[in-house]
Write a protein that binds this ligand. Structure first.
Ligand SMILES: Nc1nc2c(ncn2[C@@H]2O[C@H](COP(=O)(O)OP(=O)(O)OP(=O)(O)O)[C@@H](O)[C@H]2O)c(=O)[nH]1
Ligand SMILES: [Mg+2]
Length: 207
């Protein structure tokens, strides 16, 4: 399932940080090192009483994006019951919290908003259940940038493509076609991938 990818990132961190469900309870350092079982002692039945595998836990993934300083980390802090910080400490990478609810656990993943990190935003946006896009309403000056970055997360419409590519201004000696195509089939009711339509048009133009 696609949204697992973000879940894994979050889980790995909580493990690396030694927090959360991913970390095995009980520190082993300082204590005697655990004895590894011999291969012939291994019995899958022994595993029954162990904590459930991570995959069995119901999880929801939320991606938190927005310009640098918009308030993403503050939002995560406040949601997890911590007081907001006075100043802006940029997130150089990712920041995550896991919040349990009655029905499931919510993983909130922030990706820092500095320009060199915005490149990664798009990689995660399709992997999550909900996108929270944080905008600082006092930052009037950068509102157009917030708008631009938000729009970059979405595919362009055909009308927008036509305008942005300036297709109407192309030499009138040539016919211009703009077709939407995806490598995958266009939808559950569609049998043909979009590329087939393009192939058919090509044949029509060539014949
Ligand atoms: N007045 C006011 N200040 C806020 C509010 N939310 C956040 N802030 C302040 O705005 C700053 C935002 O900082 P962060 O939350 O770290 O910003 P961020 O979006 O995580 O920034 P990056 O990690 O750099 O992308 C902090 O100084 C907060 O105290 C709010 O609702 N009102
Ligand atoms: Mg931050």
């Amino acid at each position: 399932q696609r949204r697992c990818i973000v879940g894994l990132v979050v889980r790995d961190w909580s493990w690396v940080g030694g927090r959360g469900r991913g970390s095995r309870s009980g520190a082993w350092w300082g204590a005697e090192a655990p004895r590894l079982r011999e291969w012939d002692e291994w019995d899958p039945e022994d595993e029954e009483d162990e904590e459930p595998a991570l995959e069995e836990l119901e999880q929801r993934e939320v991606l938190v994006l927005g310009l640098d300083g918009a308030g993403k980390s503050t939002f995560l802090r406040v949601l997890s019951g911590k007081p907001p910080l006075e100043g802006h400490i940029p997130t150089w990478g990712f920041n995550s919290v896991r919040l349990p609810t009655k029905d499931f656990e919510v993983d909130l993943l922030e990706i820092g908003g500095s320009q060199n990190l915005r490149f990664y935003w798009k990689e995660f946006v399709n992997e999550v259940d909900v996108l929270v896009f944080v905008v600082d309403s006092a930052d009037r000056l950068r509102l157009p940038w917030a708008r631009q970055e938000l729009h970059k997360l979405e595919a362009m419409s055909m009308v927008e493509m036509q305008q942005e590519l300036g297709l109407q201004a192309i030499d009138s000696q040539r016919e211009v076609f703009l077709l939407a195509a995806s490598i995958a089939p266009a939808g559950p009711s569609s049998e043909e991938p979009g590329t087939v339509h393009i192939w058919k048009l090509l044949l029509e133009l060539l014949s």
